[in-house]
Ligand binder design. Structure first.
Ligand code: SF4
Length: 692
């Protein structure tokens, strides 16, 4: 029996754990003393590993390469040589006929690791010749990255997960940490125990609201109005830090003019929050000796999300809550390595280390390192995954190479996504399970899973952590970066790596932000937060020390703008708001947690729709009764789940169910900057199903 130190593959909390292995099987997981979890795990950490023992509860593991030679035909098992040759031939033909930009790629924010994401973006840029590489950050915290880059200069969490418990005020908005990051929620509890004031802004009375000092039960879809009102109060009541604003920020006059129209008394009806509560929240936030703002997808999955993130960063700037310990802005990233996928340049606008693809000097540096002609590198920003359905229908994208993503489950407006997949000429899926997306592939390239390989993940607070291989893969599968390397070589670009560390070291040499984060420094339990620019540096627990912002002027940029309503509001035909949320026992598209017995037992299909009992009674819907939930885009079966914590006029569904997939109902309304969909808001109706 042996114990292997690894990192949980689910959320961005980055909990270190040990997998106990005997005779090639995982027996159990134990918590390890990691920087972010300090010997604790949530239920997904403790019970989210048994898919590695091939439990086959939800979907079969992908065990060998498969090719479907004709659309609608059957999969045929083939050798790796044939799968690689066939895939390369098809990609080459599409590139020759339609140009390099006709091919789209994804990296993966899940268990594959940073090294693989580095290799995937290199494949797109050096082998195919475009910047069409993106990841699921696009549908979650893309607005946090764009909003924070614009206001503060860096798109990541400014502080550390460990810092949260030492902050004296936590302003938590659109973030249900008890369900999405339970170990981060523990930090919130500890902060409360240490005397912090907790202010929660959320339409639901979520778990954190139960321990909060103030719960602002905001109406769905009006975050910008509330954040503007917060700014209004800070200025009108002279609660802001005048010296800090004068020294370290720009744009105050324009900001003040913009929030002048958002007196709390004028937005009471819109937000559903009393002026007294709004004012009290800002008195609490501004008077605390240290204050931290935390947010999740209740902020980012709206058509006006980037603006709201900029507004939240402005609250921190107005009160000087940046640039020191125990304060800051914390977009808590969702999947375990979504921060890492962005760090590694799985973004259409940035090379690894947040270096712009439009900068000729940056392109020249990467071209020289990769042995290609800089003139042949794509100088333009590539496509985003949320744009793909439209680009396919416009004839601009013909092939889609998807690694460790399941867009046919996780993207908004699934009928639109399906129609795009029908129109694609060639789909390659590289994954561990037969997901909804894999079912539509022309080629399936089966890869090793978390547990079957090692590497480095980035957790939500910019911390690089190593994870180790626990068991040998049982099937005819390969490491993700090995598959990509074979394809690159077949396409005429010889690519070979001996191991993860060789890839990591190549990446470090090209990324000043990460240069000092060596494998040796990370060790078994190390957590090295970037920027880590020298071999001597221990990393950076909080950003903007000395209030030096990484914006072009070096100053924080204050920002407010007019609130915009969501794209589709309730009406007589579709009278309820649908908001997508999390289920604590499952993660993402559920391909991994759905194959774990203990987690599957907690929650199974069909999914549920949370509804206030008053709304349910008015509709004649009983608790646990089957219902149809319909929007203008589709209709799914679900199970009504009475919940008095739900606000009237809204219902809530989680997106991982195959039966009752709520993304059949959701709509796009992409944020104009980040292209993130508005999956937190669309109009639906409910109908009881008579089960007699
Ligand atoms: Fe930690 Fe998140 Fe894993 Fe739970 S799911 S153990 S909070 S990393």
């Amino acid at each position: 029996m042996k114990k292997i130190t690894t990192v949980c593959p689910y959320c961005g909390a980055g909990c270190k754990m040990k997998l106990v292995v005997d005779n090639g099987k995982i027996l159990r997981a134990e918590a390890a003393d990691g920087a972010t979890n300090q010997g604790e795990l949530c239920l997904k950490g403790y019970y989210g590993w048994d898919f590695l023992n091939d439990t086959k509860l939800l979907t079969p593991r992908l065990t060998q390469p498969l090719i479907r030679r004709e659309k609608g035909g059957k999969f045929e098992a083939v050798s790796w040589d044939e799968a690689i040759r066939y895939t390369a031939q098809r990609l080459k033909a599409i590139k020759q006929q339609h140009g390099a930009r006709a091919i789209m790629h994804t990296g993966s924010s899940r268990g594959t690791g940073n090294e693989t994401n580095y290799v995937m973006q290199k494949f797109a840029r050096a082998v195919i010749g475009n910047n069409n590489v993106d990841c699921c950050a696009r549908v979650c915290h893309g607005p946090s990255v764009a909003g924070l880059q614009a206001t503060l200069g860096n798109g990541a969490m400014s502080n550390s997960i460990g810092d949260i418990e030492n902050s004296k005020c936590l302003l938590i908005i659109g973030y249900n940490c008890a369900d999405s990051h339970p170990i981060v929620a523990r930090r919130v509890l500890k902060a409360k125990e240490k005397g912090a004031q907790i202010v929660v802004c959320d339409p639901r009375r979520i778990e954190t609201a139960r321990i909060a000092d103030q719960h602002l039960q905001i109406n769905n879809g009006c975050n910008m109005a509330l954040v503007n009102a917060f700014g209004h109060v800070l200025i009108e009541e002279n609660l802001y830090d005048r010296d800090y604003v004068a020294k370290y920020t720009e744009g105050f006059d324009a900001y003040r003019r913009q929030v002048a129209d958002y007196a709390p008394e004028t937005v009471e009806q819109l937000t559903g929050v009393s002026a007294r509560q709004i004012r009290q929240a800002m008195r609490t936030y501004a008077s605390a000796p240290s204050a931290t703002i935390m947010w999740g997808m209740g902020v980012t999955q709206f058509g006006q999300a980037v603006d709201v993130v900029k507004g939240l960063a402005s609250l921190a700037l107005l009160t000087g809550n940046l640039g020191r310990a125990n304060v800051g802005v914390g977009p808590v990233r969702g999947q375990n390595n979504v921060q890492g996928a962005c760090d590694m340049g799985v973004l259409p606008n940035e090379f690894p280390g947040y270096q712009s693809v439009t900068d000729p000097a940056v392109r020249a540096k990467f071209a020289a390192a990769w042995g290609i002609d800089a003139a042949g590198m794509d100088p333009d920003v590539g496509y985003r995954i949320t744009e793909v359905p439209h680009l396919v229908h416009e004839g601009k994208v013909k092939a889609y190479y998807i690694m460790g993503e399941d867009p046919l489950q996780t993207e908004a407006d699934l009928s639109l996504v399906r129609s795009a997949f029908d129109a694609l000429e060639f789909i390659v899926v590289q994954d561990i399970f037969m997901t909804k997306t894999a079912e539509r592939a022309d080629v399936i390239l089966p890869s090793t899973s978390w547990g079957e390989h090692g590497g480095v993940f980035s957790c939500a607070d910019r911390g690089f952590q190593r994870f180790e291989k626990a068991i040998e893969p049982q099937y005819n599968v390969k490491r993700d970066w090995e598959i990509i390397s074979l394809l690159a070589t077949e396409l005429g670009y010889p690519m070979h790596y001996e191991d993860n560390q060789q890839i990591w070291d190549e990446m470090r040499e090209l990324c000043p932000l990460f240069y000092g984060a060596t494998y040796e420094k990370m060790g078994e339990l190390g957590h090295i937060q970037w920027p880590c620019t020298t071999l001597e540096s221990p990393g950076t627990p909080y950003l903007y020390q000395g209030n030096q912002f990484t914006t072009p002027s070096g100053k924080g940029q204050l920002f407010a703008t007019t609130w915009r309503a969501p794209a589709e509001v309730p009406d007589a035909a579709y009278p309820l708001v649908l908001c997508t949320v999390r289920e604590v026992g499952h993660y993402s598209c559920r391909s991994m947690t759905g194959n774990c017995a203990a987690l599957q037992t907690l929650a199974d299909e069909p999914g549920f729709v949370q509804i206030n009992p008053q709304d349910a009674a008015a509709l004649g819907v009983g608790d646990q009764q089957l219902v149809w939930v319909a929007s203008r885009r589709g209709k799914v079966i679900s199970r009504a789940n009475y919940n008095e914590r739900i606000n009237l006029g809204a219902v809530y569904m989680t997106y991982q169910w195959w039966i009752g997939a709520c993304n059949e109902l959701t709509q796009e309304n992409l944020d104009p900057i980040s292209k993130t969909p508005e999956t937190k808001y669309c109009a639906v109706k409910l109908e009881a199903i008579d089960d007699q």
